[in-house]
Design a protein around this ligand. Structure first.
Ligand code: PMP
Ligand code: GLN
Length: 415
């Protein structure tokens, strides 16, 4: 037989010696989420690290998916996504008052493999080597990584701690946007990890900087439905002069508690969506036909779909209250979580100086896993004393976590 290699055992087969991968991926270890989920699995601690719900999405959605698989919807979708899903996304956004109406028939909506792929395709399509991608600091971990894959540079504009929240610094944004290399602002509201929901007046200020400096805005709104205490989600795409320069990204993962499905989308003017699709078609081409079919059907169910989302939002708000109050009782100062899945706590309340040590100790001390928020920060002067806890878990799980935290906080002499 030809082609069979027998290893002579001298290291000449099976190893690449000094070989190195391309610099663009060097230093990309497993993400902080994989690391923290691994820690929870090894220690048996409660995983309040990685943001995924521990309950399923709507029964109807799950059934739509199995029906689609059973009825042969198992071949490639069109690269831009199933037409019925693209139309469903546009209708759903319009029904919820999420910014301008998009026309899928004119190439304004594309379905992606989660929001992650939409973000990556946008950055690859809009940023060249040496360009600057602006983002608020802290930011979701994939932003800096895709900037690097594109050869671009992430310019981080601090969101400073302000009481129990995080404040926009418009002047700092304006200064960063003034660089001739600045091309894109990658915005995120509701924001991960801070839980900040940008207000209309903050978005007005950001929009005016973007218009003045000619920036394109990519806005990651995966938590658009998950805003609390009567807040209303606003998208920058709906502000005057912004439709033509903005791509809005969202995903079924958060809205329907199916983070593993990775069905996302991007909406914007064809001038921005066409190049995004050009990049996307060579990343994945298309994905998950039966899952796209199922999401299209659930969106088309209108009132049922909206009732489910409404229930999720109010239950998450209660679970946020439960976790935040528990963290406070455990002696940890917490921050407002206006939207999304997470609440942050100040680890200095327990005498820690850095979040990594706190998170490393936490499984042993409290039986809980959290994420060190320094993983989301780019700036040198960024706080290293925040830990992020996910509240998208069942109430009994959160109660158990809180009991562990309170016991540990008491032991440490917390408040
Ligand atoms: N953006 C933000 C802010 C997120 O928190 C996440 C992960 N939940 C994503 C994007 C990725 O979304 P998806 O799982 O749809 O790729
Ligand atoms: N978005 C999730 C979080 O912030 C994690 C997603 C992932 O693991 N890539 O926890």
């Amino acid at each position: 037989m030809t082609g069979v290699v027998t290893d002579p055992g001298d290291g000449s087969v099976g190893g690449l010696g000094e070989w190195q991968p391309a610099p663009r991926v060097r230093g990309f270890g497993p993400s902080v989420f994989s690391e923290m989920t691994g820690l929870a699995q090894r220690t048996g601690a409660i995983n309040l690290g990685q943001g995924f719900p521990d309950t399923d999405g709507p029964d109807a959605l799950l059934k739509f998916a199995t029906d689609a698989i059973g009825s042969g919807r198992n071949q490639y979708p069109p690269a831009p996504g199933l037409p019925e899903l693209r139309a469903g996304v546009a209708d759903h956004r319009a029904r919820h008052g999420f910014g301008p109406r998009y026309r899928p028939e004119d190439g304004e909506v594309v379905i992606t493999t989660g929001a992650t792929e939409a973000i990556a395709a946008a950055v690859l399509a809009y940023c060249d080597r040496g360009d600057r991608l602006l983002a608020f600091d802290p930011c979701y971990d994939s932003y800096a990584a895709v900037a690097r894959l594109a050869g671009a540079e992430l310019a981080a504009v601090p969101l400073a701690v302000d009481g129990d929240g995080f404040a926009l610094d418009v002047d700092a944004l304006r200064t960063a946007a003034a660089s001739a290399r600045a091309r894109v602002l990658l915005l995120n509201t509701p924001h991960n990890p801070t839980g900040k929901v940008f207000t209309r007046s903050e978005l007005d200020a950001i929009a005016s900087v973007c218009r003045e400096s000619g920036l394109v805005v990519v806005t990651d709104e995966v938590y658009e439905h998950l805003v609390y205490d009567g807040r209303v989600h606003e998208t920058i795409a709906g502000l005057p002069g912004m439709r033509e320069r903005t791509v809005v990204i969202s995903s079924a993962g958060k809205t329907f508690s199916v983070t593993g499905w990775k069905v996302g989308w991007a909406c914007g003017p064809a001038q921005l969506i066409t190049p995004l699709l050009s990049a996307k078609q060579f990343l994945t081409f298309g994905s998950g036909t039966p899952l796209q079919d199922a999401v299209a059907r659930v969106l088309a169910s209108g009132a049922d779909c909206d009732a489910w989302i409404h229930g999720l939002r109010s239950s998450l708000q209660q679970r946020r209250d439960l976790l935040r109050a528990g963290l406070e009782r455990a002696g940890l100062r917490t921050f407002r979580a206006e939207g999304g899945y997470f609440v942050q706590a100040d680890v200095r309340s327990w005498g820690y100086e850095d979040d990594v040590t706190f998170c490393r100790d936490l499984p042993g001390r409290a039986g809980v896993v959290a994420v060190p928020s320094s993983a989301f920060y780019q700036g040198r002067d960024a706080p290293r004393w925040l830990a992020r806890f996910a509240f998208c878990k069942r109430e009994e799980v959160l109660r158990k976590a809180v009991a562990g935290l309170e016991a540990a906080g008491g032991g440490r002499g917390g408040n």
